[in-house]
Structures are given as structure tokens and as C-alpha cells.
Design a protein around this ligand. Structure first.
Ligand SMILES: Nc1ncnc2c1ncn2[C@@H]1O[C@H](COP(=O)(O)OP(=O)(O)OP(=O)(O)O)[C@@H](O)[C@H]1O
Length: 309
């Protein structure tokens, strides 16, 4: 449905997209996961021909994308980071206006606007003007305006930034529902939990490149980390830290402020082995837990840095 090949975008000296390649199928909720500044917004803007790029091609619905390809643009719903609504219109009028750009039939439009209001949970606010809405409600209005016409493709750029947890959940569940109703979704985020929760496939983005693509299971199976074991409130000497590092399956040990973090490859009894060592050495410790790999581990292993700042 969407093919992006060798996309290059420079802002002066800065290489924001570095031969980005992506292929997105109809029916997916496709996540672009990367830290702030990795190029997600630039990729979206280039994809939509809102921004000129230096090299590469973008094809959407089999057609080359260009600023005046209205046939393709009509089938896309866009929710960008900056809220773009009219202050002088009410919530209802805003959604009706944006929906009206695509749907001329009044009866059909009313149905779609009502559905979008319900989708965004804005029933109680339809007569209000945007200035009176809280940040979370304003973002929900922004989303309702972008999706009311039930587009074939929905592109959302970090729609949950600075949104309260209740609004965030509502937005995420809503996206899954839109996808069930037939829309393909491209979703950018630097929150790995969100991407894990809703995306069918994920591209991990770093420095304007796609460094890994797959389902969350596929991405996690690409890496060495099988589990990360954390031991809290533990006092260790350098020699003891080195001894933990030498245990079977252990490939990375971090020790900071009395917290020990041990990354192990897949294998049985990793936790038991570490605890036995601590007991043998008569070292006391607090809480202990083991975590399965996260998308942060994927990012860390591929790029050498954390997904979060
Ligand atoms: N208009 C611009 N002029 C110059 N540099 C820019 C411009 N827009 C973005 N950049 C730079 O390009 C890089 C990619 O930015 P981009 O906004 O695409 O990343 P992002 O992953 O969407 O991050 P964020 O989540 O912070 O928006 C960053 O280093 C950013 O500072």
C-alpha cells in the first residue's frame, strides 16, 4: 500500500532522513518507533509531500505521491503533532468542517461527525470552543477532525504526547477500532508501550534510518537479551560485579546506586544462578525481579543507546 524507497532529507548540514526504506501493507497498524529527533515527523511530512526531499520515492496506493495528488490525499486522514483547529468554531463545527472537505452529503456527514464525536469521547463538549478545552480534549478534537471521514489511510504523528492517561487509553483503543473498521494506520511514537499495545508491525527508527522492522515478537527474537534481572539494594565490590558478569548466559552487567541489572541470553535458571551466587557470598539484597525483553532492549542492542532520553 505504501512504498518508501531510499528517502533522503537534509536540513542544511543535518541529514534527517538517511536512505529510509519502508513498506506498509493494507490493514496494518504500522508503528514508527524512535527517540525524539530520529526523523519520524520528517518522514511523515515527506510521505505526505508536505515537505520537499532530496532523494528517493514515495508511492501510496500504487501512485507516486506529489503535492497536488489530491486523489491520494483525499483518502488520507492526518493527525499531526500541532493541533490545527479553528478557534472560532465549536467542537461540532470543527469536526463538521474537516469532514465536509471530503463528504458533501449532509446526512452521511452528520452520521460520520456523530461517530467521530463518540470515538473521541467529546459528547459533552460539542458546543464548546477549542480554547475552553483541556490539553487532552484538544488533542482528541484534533484526532476527531482528522479521522471523521473514515479515510483508507490514517497517519498519526505522536497523538498522545502531553495527554492524560485516560485520554491516551481512549485514543489507543480508538485507533484499534478504526483499524478494525478498515483503515490502515501509520503511528509514530517514542513510547514503546504504546507501540507494543497497538501496532501489528514496527519499524525502529534511528538517525533517519529504519534499523529493524518486524512484529514486536520478531524484533525481540532478533536480539541477544532473553531476560533482564534486577537486584535492588545490594552492596557489591568490583570483584563481585565481575563474578556476576562471568556467570553462564550473562552478557552485560550494570551497577549503579546499589541496583544491579544483569542482562542474560535465553537460558534456564538465570535468576537462580545469580541468587545462589549472592547467597554463597553472604550478600544481602532487597527486591529482585526478572523482565522479558522490551522494545527498549531491541533499540539498545541495535543502536547502543536507550530509547528514552
Ligand atoms: N525545519 C527544520 N530545520 C532544521 N532541522 C530540523 C527541522 N525539522 C527537524 N529538524 C531536525 O531533524 C531531525 C529529525 O527531526 P524530526 O522532528 O523529524 O524527528 P522526530 O523523530 O519526529 O522527533 P520529535 O518526536 O521530537 O518530533 C532532528 O535532528 C531535528 O532537530
Amino acid at each position: 500500500m505504501i512504498q518508501i524507497e531510499n528517502l533522503v532529507k537534509r536540513y542544511g548540514e543535518l541529514l534527517a532522513l538517511d536512505h529510509l526504506n519502508l513498506e506498509i501493507e493494507e490493514g496494518e497498524i504500522f508503528g514508527l518507533l524512535g527517540p525524539n529527533g530520529s526523523g519520524k515527523t520528517t518522514a511523515i511530512n515527506c510521505m505526505l509531500a508536505l515537505l520537499k526531499y532530496d532523494k528517493g520515492t514515495v508511492r501510496i496506493f500504487g501512485e507516486e505521491m506529489s503535492p497536488d495528488n489530491y486523489k491520494v490525499k483525499q483518502q488520507i486522514g492526518i493527525v499531526l503533532q500541532n493541533v490545527a483547529v479553528f478557534d472560532e468554531l465549536t467542537v461540532y463545527e470543527n469536526i463538521d468542517y474537516f469532514c465536509g472537505l471530503y463528504v458533501k452529503d449532509k446526512k452521511e456527514r452528520k452520521k460520520l461527525v456523530d461517530e467521530a464525536i463518540h470515538f473521541a469521547g467529546l459528547e459533552e463538549y460539542t458546543k464548546m470552543r477549542p480554547k475552553k478545552l483541556s490539553g487532552g480534549l484538544l488533542r482528541r478534537l484534533n484526532i476527531a477532525c482528522g479521522i471523521a471521514h473514515k479515510p483508507r489511510l490514517i497517519i498519526m504523528d505522536e497523538p498522545t504526547v502531553a495527554v492524560d492517561p485516560q485520554s491516551r487509553n481512549r485514543i489507543l483503543e480508538g485507533i484499534k477500532e478504526l483499524n478494525r473498521q478498515g483503515s490502515t494506520v501509520i503511528y509514530t511514537s517514542h513510547y514503546m508501550e504504546e507501540v507494543e499495545q497497538i501496532c501489528t508491525r514496527i519499524a525502529v527508527i534511528d538517525h533517519g534510518r529504519s534499523v529493524a522492522v518486524g512484529t514486536k515478537e520478531e524484533l525481540k527474537s532478533m536480539i541477544k537479551t532473553g531476560e533482564t534481572i534486577t537486584v535492588e539494594s545490594v552492596a557489591l565490590s568490583d570483584g563481585q560485579i565481575a563474578a556476576v558478569g562471568a556467570l553462564p548466559h550473562v552478557f552485560d552487567v550494570k551497577y549503579k546506586e546499589q541496583v544491579l541489572k544483569v542482562r542474560c541470553t535465553r537460558g534456564k535458571h538465570n535468576l537462580m544462578r545469580i541468587l545462589s551466587y549472592l547467597q554463597e557470598e553472604e550478600i544481602s539484597f532487597g527486591r529482585v525481579f526478572s523482565e522479558l525483553p522490551t522494545l527498549n532492549d531491541v533499540f539498545l542492542e541495535i543502536t547502543g543507546k536507550e530509547l528514552r532520553d
